[in-house]
Design a binder for this molecule. Structure first.
Ligand SMILES: [Zn+2]
Length: 464
């Protein structure tokens, strides 16, 4: 596995030049005073040029989200003339950047899109549209959509690789990632453990359906090699960016109301939320290269103090498809670049109907109602009342179709009781109904939904 690039350095080439530059022109020893003056004058001039260069470089600086590498815009080259103007606008307006949020950073003019590579000053990438659907070049992508491989009714997933991404880390990291709560001496509820248990069951189900399954994480340890202590400088820089003045070194546990202002809490967040997900994306995009990635999560309502959590009667489910980028997000050069890759490789064409199929199976198995967003972070879709578009880092960075599941509220009374029951085979009575273990109910339903979608998309050309 390759190491992470030093992505947080916005102009690494330039910073590397400085010490050598100064070294070369620093006088060593001079006997004559006039020679010293000449050297002083020369060094002054060089320093002025250096300052000018610094200013010029800063003006062209990339605007990047935390730990993002500088975008490589030639990634878009293979997509020249692969999409019509109508399809491009339709995907922007219906999935990725609704309500015109793209208009500040993308100009659609005639048969080209002028995509801003940087925003101050504006530099552009020119994407040419295909004149019509018939003459559009084929979309380059390493993954294969459903229906393109040989028919086998018993093994609808034969020939496909599916990556399973159990959300979060769990284990000794669960408290840090704030995915842990406990009531008295009861078994702690840890999302990272629950998603891994579910993923292992799902792996067996998908393998039985013919898929080759890869686990993005298969233990309760991080995939990234970075740790919070490696990210303290970046954390301090992020705090400075958000204009937080009363920056503290550390914080007093999960209930500290001012934890957000501390370098320790921010460096932990960068570790488990940003570095970890970026590393998983590298693994998915460069090594596993699946036809589909399934991200498994359990949802929660606000539980407050993790040692005295609030339990709720609310229980619901939803699935997320990458999209609904806001204008602020699109001002970040890396996010804009990633959105365009997602749009151009046509992930959404698979993600929307596939997520709807998985949602139908999950709702049938769980009986849970659809979650509703009221905060604008997500937008409802016409694919299914359970399927929403939202710009999450994992669904954005994985360059293949992603099904992102958020069923069950972990701190609902019913789910809490079911987590205490653990995993079991067969069924047990829960509120008078025979139910599978929560992990098997979840995994079986996802496998059913995926199998149903792939079965419907068997190639018609094969006669059987
Ligand atoms: Zn989660």
């Amino acid at each position: 596995m390759e190491k992470l690039r030093p992505s947080q350095m916005k102009s690494p080439d330039f910073l590397m030049v400085v010490p050598r530059f100064l070294l070369r022109f620093t006088p060593v020893s001079h006997k004559s005073a006039s020679r010293s003056m000449r050297n002083l004058y020369r060094n002054g001039l060089i320093f002025a040029v250096f300052l000018l260069l610094l200013l010029a470089k800063t003006a062209f600086a990339q605007k990047l989200s935390p730990l993002a590498p500088t975008p490589n815009w030639s990634d878009l080259d293979p997509y020249q003339r692969t999409i019509t103007r109508d399809d491009f606008l339709h995907l922007l307006n219906s999935v990725y950047a609704p309500e015109g949020s793209w208009r500040q950073t993308i100009e659609v003019k005639g048969d080209v899109a002028l995509i801003h590579k940087t925003t101050s000053p504006v530099t552009v990438y020119r994407l040419e549209f295909a004149p019509d659907a018939a003459s559009a070049r084929s979309v380059p992508r390493y993954w294969t959509p459903a229906g393109a491989k040989a028919e086998n009714p018993d093994k609808p997933l034969a020939g496909y690789t599916i990556a399973l991404d159990p959300g979060h880390i769990g284990g000794r990291w669960a408290r840090m990632e704030e995915r842990w709560f406990q009531i008295g001496d009861a078994k702690p509820v840890m999302e990272g453990e629950m998603t891994l248990t579910t993923a292992r069951i799902l792996a067996d189900r998908l393998t039985a359906l013919g898929a080759r399954v890869e686990m993005v994480r298969n233990s309760t340890e991080p995939v990234t090699s970075q740790r919070p202590s490696d990210l303290r400088k970046v954390a301090a820089a992020e705090l400075a960016k958000s204009h937080i003045t009363k920056v503290r070194d550390s914080y007093n546990g999960p209930n500290d109301p001012l934890k957000f202002n501390s370098i320790t809490w921010q460096s932990e967040l960068l570790f488990y939320r940003v570095s970890e997900i970026r590393r998983r994306a590298e693994l998915v995009n460069s090594k596993l290269r699946p036809d589909l990635t399934i991200c498994l999560h359990y949802n929660a309502e606000e539980w407050g103090n993790p040692n005295q959590p609030t339990l709720t009667d609310k229980n619901h489910m939803h699935l997320l498809v990458n999209g609904n980028y806001g204008p602020g997000e699109l001002m970040e050069d890396d996010i804009r670049h990633e959105m365009l890759l997602k749009l151009l490789n046509r992930s959404a064409r698979e993600e929307l109907p596939l997520s709807a199929s998985v949602a139908a199976a999950l709702s049938h198995a769980t009986g849970l109602p659809a979650y509703q967003y009221f905060n604008g972070k997500a937008r409802s879709t016409s694919a299914s009342p359970y399927v929403w578009t939202r710009n999450l880092m994992a669904s954005r960075l994985y360059r293949c179709p992603v099904v992102y599941c958020e069923p069950y509220v972990m701190n609902s009374k019913e789910v809490f009781d079911r987590v205490q029951m653990g995993d079991y085979s067969g069924t047990r009575q829960i509120n008078g109904v025979a139910r599978k273990s929560i992990f098997r109910e979840y995994a079986d339903a996802v496998a059913d939904g995926v199998a149903e979608y792939f079965s419907q998309h068997q190639p018609r050309s094969v006669s059987r």
